[in-house]
Design a protein around this ligand. Structure first.
Ligand code: GLA
Length: 383
């Protein structure tokens, strides 16, 4: 059964349509999106589906396979319910409905039943939230005649995440989920929102992306993620520029002089990571996927040592996959838990997976989930 089938079954009535959107893995470019920098994520095959039926009243009713109870809100009460917060998982779909109406004033809202089902592992750093947002935004865009394009729908998802759920994230995940292309990653300039689908050619090169989901939980609405963002804003303010996007590696000696040590290291991560994204895209274009491994490794070191968002489980996943023959490996997503990815020859996957499981057991860490992900198509209407 796919998420599309499950969403249909959960709806328990004939849908007017079923829409779906994928999770994502970020190949490189971490904590650069909210600094108006560069990112390079790809949509994965695992998707979240939203089956929608029309109602005769003005109620939005959301159900999902990941929570027992339905949540109902009338369109008239939507603003107040979002402002009051406390909606838990329902904050994502209802936040999208609210943000869509804000971004598309000419939309024609009406009551709907929405049933959600997901194949995207929650809390793995593979952006299960962007998958919900992309599926619901695509669905309501059609059903409410909102007329927004994919980039505008990604913005709707981000507004939901920032202003309804309260997580101060950037727009990478939503753009990756909306715009994904099979066998390619999305090179995104987060300042202009210009994108280019860059072919990855993993299969032709005999390579794959192995994910190690550490099962260490993170939440970006609290703590470390917000602190990192504030440090970046301090760094940009010290240089009197709108964002760290405006600095280059040539500015780092000066940054070392005028910033405190912690802020300097946060800035150094972002500035060097932006450069690594550009270098990765150039290396792929020129020499193919086998050429990007060292950049992935350097990215992980920067997140571990300068940005300080890794955890021992992620470091172990990276070290073990590299020792097992991966060309490159790094944690992916916001950090403080979640998953690492490794670029690895297909033939080495079984031995690398075994090595990761053995290393985690030897360290008395929770048994991780180890699986591959495939660069896949973004949000779409399925039925
Ligand atoms: C989370 C956020 C993204 C991005 C990454 C870090 O996934 O949702 O916007 O900031 O962390 O790169």
């Amino acid at each position: 059964m796919t998420a599309v089938d499950d969403a249909r079954t959960l709806l328990a009535t004939e849908p007017v349509g079923v829409w779906s959107a994928p999770g994502r893995a970020n190949l490189i470019g971490e904590h650069t999106d909210y600094n108006e920098g560069f990112v390079f994520p790809f949509a994965i095959a695992q998707r979240t589906a939203a089956a929608v039926a029309l109602r005769s009243d003005d109620v939005i009713r959301v159900r999902s396979t990941f929570a027992p109870d339905a949540v109902e809100v009338s369109l008239a009460d939507l603003d107040d319910r979002i402002a009051a917060g406390g909606l838990d998982w329902a904050g994502y779909p209802l936040g999208v409905a609210w943000a869509l109406l804000r971004e598309a004033p000419d939309a024609t809202p009406r009551g709907v039943d929405i049933a959600l089902a997901s194949e995207v592992p929650v809390g793995a750093g593979l952006s299960s939230s962007a998958a919900i947002e992309g599926a619901v935004a695509s669905a309501l865009n059609d059903v409410w005649n909102a007329g927004l394009d994919k980039v505008a729908l990604a913005r709707v998802g981000r507004i939901a995440e920032n202003d309804a759920v309260g997580a101060p994230t950037g727009i990478m995940d939503q753009m990756a989920s909306m715009l994904g292309v099979a066998d390619a990653a999305t090179f995104l300039d987060c300042r202009t929102l210009d994108t280019r689908a860059v072919p990855l050619g993993f299969a032709d090169a005999g390579l794959a992306i192995l994910v190690v989901d550490t099962l260490v939980e993170h939440a970006h609405s609290t703590g470390g993620y917000r602190e990192r963002r504030e440090a970046c804003e301090r760094g940009a303010a010290a240089f009197d520029v709108p964002s760290l996007r405006d600095l280059t590696v040539d500015d780092l000696p000066r940054a070392a002089e005028i910033l405190d040590d912690v802020t300097f290291r946060r800035v150094r991560h972002v500035v060097t990571e932006n450069q690594r994204v550009l270098d990765t895209v150039a290396a792929l274009d020129a020499d193919g996927p086998a050429a990007i491994g060292d950049l992935l490794v350097a990215s992980h070191a920067s997140m571990r040592d300068d940005f300080e968002i890794s955890v021992p489980e992620l470091d172990l996943a990276v070290e073990t996959t590299l020792a097992s023959g991966a060309l490159g490996a790094r944690m992916t997503g916001g950090g403080f838990g979640g998953a690492a990815i490794a670029l690895i020859p297909v033939g080495l996957i079984p031995a690398a997976s075994d090595a990761v499981l053995a290393a985690f057991a030897a360290s008395s860490f929770r048994t991780p989930n180890v699986f591959t992900v495939t660069p896949s198509e973004g949000a779409r209407r399925d039925a």
